[in-house]
Design a protein around this ligand. Structure first.
Ligand code: ATP
Length: 454
């Protein structure tokens, strides 16, 4: 899909309660609570068979747009454990803290920066009006230890944000690839935070995945590239959602900006949780490379090969979450359509076809007719080499459609008696529920054109 082509517009529908997607995710194998048989762990989740497919598609589409489609961007994959000094240089050991208060009455816990100003001023719980405790400060970094001998073990941290590896590998990338400034490094990877208020399903987890671009520029070109990536990322998100009016930029006010940042924007999406950050676009100036130069003693300055000018590159950062994308896309796509005959509503996930976990399902009209089942299995096998396909012969055809609608499968192919005569099948489309007759031989190209990114 190109950046200008967008998912089809759908009619505005009410905001979807998180519980609906939590239930669907468990029922159909998208997401499970981690260690559930032991009672679970707050803010940690596992991904099931459909969740893995969906997640991989989301990641691959990001990688395709950011790395494969930009000649001046390359990728890395860093380890989740680094030298502990990294987190001193980055400021996380000192400053990666949340201040929180507890309600003395209902015992709920809040991050002070998430409370309305009047609640902070009046020291009043937004849930029950009870009195709040004095604020306490917590560092979010998760500690771990390297080494086996007690007393000789080195304390370090699971990375609190994935992007640090990019600064650590910046010099190696520069020396081992043919990149010259301006260029970018991308990474998708896990991050760990001892969030004090984990919750809202995948929205705030303790183990989650981030995608980052760090784009290195000459200071004179900072504004140009900041504007480029800001627009590019906004259009990217817009192209994969149905409810375009639920996406906007929020510019950071002067008191939110880091001292080195001239500007910062959040791309926000509106759900039942209100407008919430999906991705941050940050003006990082020379902060990160300067700090790592200073703490490591390694010179991370750049010498322009033509002008010989020497400088610390400035950085434009775009930093978003794979899990938040996963959740927002489910909330954006979930719909319960009333049944005209008053039966159970039709649950449909209107996911963009290229991101849907299953691309096509193949059904024989009847399961007790060998010619139908063997033809359908043959088509399924052929399609399976190119995309995720499911074969299903169980139950009435209407129920099979419903099962696929609920997981967002964009196309269902049915083999019927006409197939045996003229080698054509019906292709039923999820959103409009239209049916088309297509020759079996034309099916792979017909589907690929609609489900692959191009
Ligand atoms: P917040 O203020 O909400 O804690 P943040 O500003 O600290 O978030 P960043 O450090 O900028 O977030 O992280 C970049 C992206 O990573 C966020 O835009 C979000 O999509 C994702 N993200 C951050 N924290 C979490 C989390 N605990 N669970 C899931 N995704 C997260």
């Amino acid at each position: 899909m190109t950046q200008t082509e967008q998912a089809p517009e759908v009619q505005d529908t009410p905001l979807v309660p998180i519980d609906k997607v939590v239930a669907l995710s468990k029922r159909r194998g998208f997401v499970y609570p981690n260690s559930e048989i032991y009672g679970g762990v707050a803010g940690i989740y596992d991904f099931g068979p459909l969740g893995v497919e969906f997640r991989n598609n989301i990641r691959r589409y990001w990688w395709w747009s950011m790395v494969q489609n930009h000649d001046n961007v390359v990728g890395i994959e860093g380890a989740t454990i680094t030298h502990p000094r990294v987190w001193e240089a980055s400021g996380h050991v000192e400053n990666f803290v949340d201040r929180l208060v507890d309600c003395k009455k209902c015992k709920r816990r809040f991050r002070i920066d998430h409370l309305a100003p009047e609640n902070v001023e009046q020291n009043k719980c937004p849930n029950c009006g009870g009195e709040l405790t004095e604020p306490r400060t917590f560092n979010l970094l998760m500690e771990t230890y390297l080494g086996v001998v007690e007393g000789d073990r080195m304390k370090t941290y699971l990375r609190g944000e994935a992007c640090q590896n990019i600064y650590l590998d910046y010099d190696n990338v520069l020396k081992s690839s043919r990149m010259q400034i301006p260029f970018g490094i991308c990474q998708i990877g896990k991050a760990y935070r001892n969030e004090v208020t984990p919750g809202n399903f995948l929205f705030r987890q303790r183990e989650f995945e981030q995608w980052d671009l760090q784009f290195f520029v000459h200071p004179n070109e900072m504004q140009k590239w900041f504007d480029y990536w800001k627009e590019f990322r906004f259009e990217w998100y817009k192209s994969i959602i149905n409810h375009k009016d639920r996406l906007h930029f929020r510019e950071h006010g002067p008191d939110e900006l880091a001292h080195y940042a001239k500007q910062a924007y959040d791309i926000e999406y509106r759900t039942v949780l209100g407008w919430q950050e999906w991705e941050g676009i940050h003006w990082r100036q020379d902060w990160d490379l300067s700090r790592h130069s200073q703490y490591s003693g390694q010179d991370l300055s750049y010498t322009d090969p033509e002008t010989k000018e020497r400088y610390i590159p400035w950085i434009v950062e775009t930093s978003g979450g794979v899990d938040r994308t996963f959740l927002n896309l489910l909330l954006d796509a979930y719909e319960e359509e009333p049944d005209p005959n008053g039966k159970e509503p039709r649950t449909v996930l209107r996911l963009h076809p290229m991101l849907a976990p299953v691309k096509v399902a193949v059904f024989p009209l009847q399961k007790n007719k060998e010619e139908l089942t063997s033809t359908a299995k043959g088509i399924h096998k052929r399609l399976q080499r190119m995309m995720v396909s499911q074969y299903d012969e169980i139950g009435a055809i209407g129920r099979r459609y419903r099962r696929q609608d609920e997981i967002g499968t964009p196309y269902c192919v049915t083999v019927d008696f006409q197939t045996l005569e003229d080698q054509t099948v019906t292709v039923r489309e999820r959103d409009k529920m239209t049916q088309e007759r297509i020759a079996i031989d034309a099916l792979p190209a017909y589907l690929l054109e609609r489900v692959a990114w191009q």
